[in-house]
Structures are given as structure tokens and as C-alpha cells.
Design a protein around this ligand. Sequence first.
Ligand code: SF4
Length: 122
Amino acid sequence: MSLETLCRACGLCCDGSLFSRVPLAPTERVPETALAVVTNEKGGRHVPQRCAALSGTVCQVYAERPLACRRYECLLFGALRSGEVSLDEALAVVTQARALGQEGAPEAVRERYLSFHFGRRP
Ligand code: SF4
């Protein structure tokens, strides 16, 4: 339950903070309109981030979300699952990550924080 609580309070892996896009497998079926799926000239598809299906910090197409979303686990999620951090500590990390964005912290500082706690990949 605490893992779900963390994810539902976070959303940083869906709001553009950690990723710029979610790739889709060639045969993957997803709710394309809800996800605002983009198709390139070679037929490759991706979901741009911030995801159109994110409402606040919650996925609105959770049961139909892409495979890449299902497989992804951030470092903070792993740390909570292993007991390395408590739920309160994990939620504090999320709050701080959001504050760095809202307070206009230097991009390098925010990048370092996101990379260390979440395993951000560009
Ligand atoms: S489909 Fe859901 S889980 Fe995947 S990026 Fe969008 S909001 Fe996040």
C-alpha cells in the first residue's frame, strides 16, 4: 500500500520531470487519443511527456498504460520497497523535487537531485 501511496502522490515519471517521452512497442495497443500518441515518419510511436493522461499526479488510463510505464520503477520506489527509506522520507524527497522546480533552482541542481533519487534519464 505504501508503494501505491508514493506513486499516487508523485507522478514525476509522467510529468516530464524524468523523461521527455515514453516509447511504444510496434504492436502495442494503447488508448492513443488519451495519450496524445505521436507517430514519426518511420511509423515509430511514443507518448510525449508531460503525459496527456496524467491528472494531477495520477494516471487516468492506469489499466491500459503502456508497457514501458508498467515496467518502470524509479530508484526511490526501490528504496521504499526494500525498506531503505520510510514512506514519510520518500514523500519528503518528492516534495523537495517538486520544490526545486517551483522555486526555480538551477537546472543542474535539479538534474542532480532527480538523477540521485529517481534515476532520471534524459
Ligand atoms: S500512461 Fe499513465 S503511467 Fe504512462 S506516462 Fe501516462 S500517466 Fe504515466
